[in-house]
Design a protein around this ligand. Structure first.
Ligand code: ADP
Ligand code: MG
Length: 598
């Protein structure tokens, strides 16, 4: 008995859908790419519940005839290639004729479409691959397609979806990858009736600015230099970030012939061009667009894959490397005005992990001491050390300084060369011997001072996140977070309540250096809850201190310049021998003591 059978179309389509349409984001990508292939200049995307209940794309493209509209949902129905050779001349985004067939196998689909030359359009309703309604309908030129109840008939896949926030983040990520390479097209994206993006047509640079400058006062694109190179093999143009704008969460985008691609090898070429100009763990942002003869790349890859194979990859590597080097060379690598901190309170500043970093210049407020509450008298300094074991007491005698609180050291910023001792200490010779500095605590003091000032001035420095983190809480934490929300904002965290039990973290303090913001927030929350105080001032201190410790812990190795800078900042604080919670920051070993050891 023969046992091989052809699968019914509906089953075959569902299997294909499993590959092509993995989640709402991949569905949206296919729909928008179809609109682009249809020559649309205005594309509206309307989403509900991160695409679970509705994904709608409205375009002003070519539209479809009545027959084509019906055909479009058949497997391997495409207007884009006719023969195998066309595969190598591909200029369109789609070509397999699989997407719509796959989508309608796993969702309820409604299409309304009209061509310029037709007086009346077509309305088509499809459920699980079956046409359930087809009629003539009045509509504007273009195509309006609704995908409802995605995976309604594939419970496994529905279960597989992540939270709405995660799915929305994926949607937005794919949206970015498209709109960045189609700046000449106007896009809007609406989610649950809220306009998330409204992007007018413009240039690539303008589009980058539209997406990434949103909450910074200053134009994001001023952190970039242009690259441009034309050769027989490839034309490359785009924008690469100035070295000092590198960070831990860079925007890195490569595109070829109008589509986003991942290309680790070309990524490496770009990084190589930066050699020696970046701080440890810092990565540059870049937006680089390649144009090549379609015949020289292999696009016959899987629709969900973003890797693309080039002929002549090594040559292109060299061309790209040279182009980026030249661009960075043209631009003087010294710090530019863009990163001048003064007068730009919203700019991310003072990343301690960067090679060049700059703390906000703060005028000295001689009466303010972060180590004491306002009521404490300055003469009370000895009390700080009561009950501490003798050996931990500072060795030098305190001196009076004008306009400054008594300190326990006779200190000037040491001028000797600082050296790292392991990852934890800095040693530096000074007039009376050697000074040992506890690195993390020193930095915590500096940051604490900054954070307390921010809180008091009710003004913080924030770094916007491209993809907000979602902070899920339990019911008893929510009221605490709500009451801390303002103070957290002054510290740099911008929180927005999404649902009764979750917040999105839209911005973080720039000093976090890529540390997990949610972990830091959890930590802060635990600290504050543990203090149990209901006095706002106490909370604020506890917040500032806990954040200072979290942020201070990030960095591994420090350059000499960074050590000097840290010392400079530390010794300019009013109190710096102990952390606000009383831990020793400095240890001096006098020459006499050293002599005794010998
Ligand atoms: P592909 O894009 O690979 O050709 P699809 O399944 O995505 O396959 O689409 C099938 C066909 O339907 C396309 O080739 C195109 O002719 C037509 N089509 C799909 N979406 C649109 C649209 N928004 N505007 C005009 N035609 C469209
Ligand atoms: Mg398509």
């Amino acid at each position: 008995m023969d046992i091989i059978r052809l699968l019914p179309d509906s089953v075959a389509n569902q299997i294909a859908a499993g590959e092509v349409i993995q989640r709402p984001a991949s569905c949206l990508k296919e729909l928008v790419e179809n609109s682009l292939d249809a020559g649309a200049t205005h594309i509206q995307v309307i989403v509900r519940d991160a695409g679970r209940t509705l994904l709608q794309v409205i375009d002003n493209g070519s539209g479809m005839s009545e027959t084509d509209a019906r055909m479009a949902f058949e497997r391997h129905a495409t207007s884009k290639i006719k023969e195998a050779a066309d595969l190598f001349r591909l200029r369109t985004m789609g070509f397999r004729g699989e997407a719509l067939a796959s989508i309608c196998a796993v969702a309820h689909v409604e299409v309304l479409t009209r061509r310029q030359e037709d007086e009346i359009g077509t309305l088509l309703e499809i459920a699980g691959s079956d046409v359930v309604r087809q009629e003539l309908a009045a509509c504007p030129v273009g195509t309006n397609i609704k995908v409802k109840n995605l995976f309604y008939n594939v419970p496994v896949r529905r279960k597989f979806l992540k939270t709405d926030q995660t799915e929305l983040r994926n949607l937005i990520q794919d949206f970015y990858r498209i709109v960045l390479v189609w700046p000449q097209v106007q896009f809007t994206l609406v989610h649950n009736d809220e306009i998330l993006f409204d992007l007018p047509a413009g240039t690539e640079k303008q589009r980058i600015g539209q997406l990434f400058s949103r909450s910074l006062k200053q134009d994001y694109t001023s952190h970039f230099v242009d690259i441009k190179v034309e050769s027989e093999l490839v034309s490359i143009h785009g924008f690469v970030g100035k070295p000092e704008s590198a960070g831990k969460q860079p925007q890195q985008y490569l595109f070829v012939n109008g589509r986003y691609m991942r290309h680790p090898y070309f990524h490496k070429a770009i990084l190589t061009a930066y050699a020696g100009t970046l701080g440890a763990d810092m990565n540059p942002s870049y937006f680089v667009y390649f144009d090549v003869d379609p015949e020289s790349i292999d696009v016959n890859i899987h629709p969900t894959k973003t890797e693309i194979k080039f002929q002549d990859e090594q040559m292109i590597f060299q061309i790209l490397l040279a182009a980026v080097r030249e661009a960075l060379g043209k631009f003087n690598v010294s710090p530019s005005l863009d990163f001048d901190v003064e007068g730009r309170p919203d700019m991310p500043v003072s990343r301690l992990g960067e090679q060049k970093y700059e703390m906000p210049r703060i005028s000295n407020e001689s009466h303010y001491n972060p180590f004491h509450s306002a009521t404490q008298v300055s003469k009370d300094w000895q009390k700080l050390y009561e009950g501490l074991p003798k050996s931990q007491e500072p060795i030098a005698e305190p001196v009076e300084r004008e306009g400054r609180e008594q300190t326990l050291f006779t200190v000037e910023t040491p001028t000797g060369t600082p050296t790292a001792v392991g990852n934890r200490y800095i040693v530096v010779p000074d007039k009376e011997g050697i000074l040992l500095i506890h690195r993390v605590r020193a930095r915590a003091c500096v940051l604490y001072d900054i954070y307390m000032r921010q809180i008091r001035a009710e003004q913080g420095v924030r770094e916007q996140l491209l993809f907000p983190d979602i902070w899920d809480l339990n019911a008893e934490q929510v009221p605490t977070v709500l009451s801390l929300k303002d103070d957290l904002r002054y510290l740099g965290f911008e929180l927005e309540q999404l649902s009764p039990l979750s917040f999105s973290v839209n911005a973080v303090p720039p000093q976090l250096n890529g540390q997990n913001a949610l972990a830091v927030l959890q930590n802060i929350l635990a600290e504050v809850t543990a203090t149990g105080s209901s006095v706002r001032e106490e909370w604020q201190k506890s917040l500032a201190l806990s954040l200072a410790y979290s942020a201070a812990g990030g960095q591994q190795t420090m350059t000499e310049g960074q050590m000097r800078e840290l010392m400079d900042q530390l010794f300019h604080l009013n109190s710096f021998t102990r952390t606000p919670d009383g831990k020793m920051v400095l240890l001096r070993i006098s020459e006499d003591e050293i002599a005794r050891k010998f």
